[in-house]
Design a protein around this ligand. Structure first.
Ligand SMILES: *Cc1c(COP(=O)(O)O)cnc(C)c1O
Length: 549
């Protein structure tokens, strides 16, 4: 439907045509695809984060609240999308976009995604997915093997078993974490005598039957916010998420963990799971997983590892030891849309024991019949796309050693950038990279010296002003559109646990070069010069500190 006279009309005939794929080199589809991919390629080539236009301005294009009453030609609408949406989206695949866990994708995923959408399989049941179901089970099996390394007999017995499940494919780490904790909760309160299980009778009767006063999930204070959502959804409340202290390296403090578990037991509160983190969102650190596993064993509670971001490190034989102990976890979350380079909407939860998920099994009359291999019977989500196909393809096309090269390169690059920052007299590395994530800030040498020397109110005042400068630099760098780093707030021990705003960098894009990293520091220096009033305030406080006033 290329527009001839600009008056499209609603009629059933033309509606029927949009459900038939137009063919041939002259077809609208081909023309639109060419124009779109031309624009997209141009957009992806330009090394900018996004065309800068304030969100308030962009919102003007999205103000209409009345549904369109007249139809639009596909080609016209595509142009509209290019103008209003594509040109103002964020260039997450840019090699200088190093602020978040979302980065570049391998090119072949674009045509493969088209196949996925064209086939429109629904993985909730075999009847709408057929071969996609064993494919997804195999993908889960491969990831299970990567974590737990069971023998061939294990996988041939359980991978395709109707009554069992090695895990679930889902839309992301949040759903994966909720699923793991749902399973842990249900297994903590199973049917017993008259009690028909928490899944049937709910939390109140479960507590009464088992004589508990409450329920807890225990995780370090660096736990991802999705765990709070999980506690809320599971009906135990956000306050039931018990935070454990962390050490100077943002890792869970084991003595505090033990103390918390003992205290909960004394108060008759059932801990349904302890969550270890393999790659914290803010600093990329990994909890001592083997030690946590031993504590969980002692306290007889479910051990979940949130490896949403860091789990991909298992692909690297060189670095997988960083996650040692993960194989002792009862369940593990891994996001494929982070360091496995799959588009958004690809998360997984894996269970060590193929029987674990029985506690959330659901059946329905018209689908998910008992004994069927329908994936929907062991999943939180219902209808789901064939996303597992993209991971299946990448695992074949890239292969395990290919992923290892990518992971190793990211870790090397983070190490390089950390060293580069440390060599600059006017920058400070705040957290060292354990994986490919690090934090730092801009702080000229005389300011750093003054901050060391200062005490009390002046120290806090100066730190606050430096925070203001960090914020200023980050914001302007984003607005300049040449590069992007994110920012977060930490409380480093080195600076007496003062609230410290830092730049946060995730080096996952294989195309990010050393030159780009050098440029990013130079750009930040230049931006700092463009903050004369902040600089003046900082220098006034520095002078006061130096003169001992
Ligand atoms: C990203 C992340 C999550 C959440 O995953 P989504 O895919 O965004 O839902 C959970 N935990 C950790 C540690 C993460 O890095």
């Amino acid at each position: 439907m290329v527009s001839q006279d600009k008056t499209a009309q609603v009629n059933f005939e033309s509606l029927l045509r949009i459900f038939t794929v137009p063919e041939g080199p002259e077809s609208t589809l081909t023309q639109i695809e060419e124009s779109l991919s031309g624009n997209l390629n141009q957009f992806l080539k330009e090394h900018i984060v996004a065309e800068e236009k304030p969100l308030r301005e962009i919102e003007k294009d999205f103000r209409q609240s009345i549904l369109p009453e007249t139809p639009t030609f596909v080609s016209d609408h595509t142009q509209h999308l290019l103008d209003t949406l594509v040109s103002h989206s964020v260039h997450t695949s840019s090699p200088s976009f190093i602020g978040h866990m979302t980065s570049a994708l391998p090119y072949y995923l674009m045509p493969l995604s088209k196949i996925m959408i064209a086939l429109n399989q629904n993985l909730v049941k075999i009847e709408t997915s057929k071969a996609f179901t064993p494919l997804e089970r195999q993908v889960l099996g491969m990831l299970h093997n990567l974590i737990y390394a069971q023998d061939d007999a294990f996988y041939s017995r359980w991978m395709h078993s109707a009554q069992h499940s090695l895990g679930a494919f889902c839309s992301g780490g949040t759903i994966a974490n909720i699923t793991a904790l749902w399973v842990a909760r249900n297994n903590a309160f199973p049917a017993d005598g008259e009690f028909r299980g928490i899944e049937q009778q709910g939390i109140f009767k479960a507590l009464k039957h088992y004589d508990y006063e409450g329920v807890a999930i225990v995780v370090s204070e660096r736990g991802h916010y999705s765990l709070k959502k999980a506690a809320d959804v599971l009906g135990i409340g956000r306050e039931s998420l018990v935070p454990v202290k962390t050490d100077d390296h943002n890792k869970v403090c084991l003595t505090d963990l033990e103390a918390k578990l003992n205290e909960l037991e004394e108060n008759k509160i059932k801990t349904i799971a302890v969550v270890g983190i393999a790659g914290t969102t803010e600093t990329g650190n990994i909890d001592p997983l083997a030690e946590i596993a031993a504590i969980c064993q002692k306290h007889q509670c479910h051990f979940h590892v949130d490896a949403a971001w860091g789990g991909a490190t298992l692909m690297s034989n060189k670095h997988r030891d960083l996650l040692a102990g993960i194989e002792l976890a009862d369940s593990v979350t891994i996001d494929a849309h982070k360091q496995l380079y799959i588009p958004m909407g690809a998360g997984m939860v894996l269970f060590k024991d193929p029987h674990s998920m029985a506690s959330i099994e659901h059946h329905a009359a018209y689908i998910l019949r008992k004994g069927s291999k329908d994936l929907g019977s062991h999943a939180l989500e219902g209808s789901r796309s064939g996303m597992a196909m993209l991971l299946y393809s990448s695992m074949h096309i890239i292969s395990r050693p290919g992923y290892e090269l990518l992971i190793n390169a990211s870790l090397d690059k983070a190490r390089y950038f950390a060293d580069l920052i440390s060599q600059q007299s006017d920058f400070e590395l705040v957290t060292e990279p354990e994986l490919c994530l690090l934090t730092y800030r801009y702080i000229p040498p005389h300011v750093k010296a003054a901050l060391h020397k200062a005490t009390g109110k002046k120290k806090h005042k100066l730190n606050e002003l430096i925070n203001g400068l960090t914020q200023f630099i980050q914001k302007h760098q984003r607005e300049n559109g040449l590069s992007f780093v994110s920012r977060t707030t930490l409380t480093p021990k080195k600076w007496d646990k003062m609230t410290t705003i830092v730049f946060r960098v995730v080096l996952a894009n294989p195309l990010t070069t050393k030159e780009i990293l050098h440029n990013i520091l130079n750009e930040q220096r230049e931006i700092a010069k463009a903050a004369p009033s902040l600089t003046k305030q900082i220098n006034t406080v520095v002078d006061a500190i130096e003169s001992g006033l």
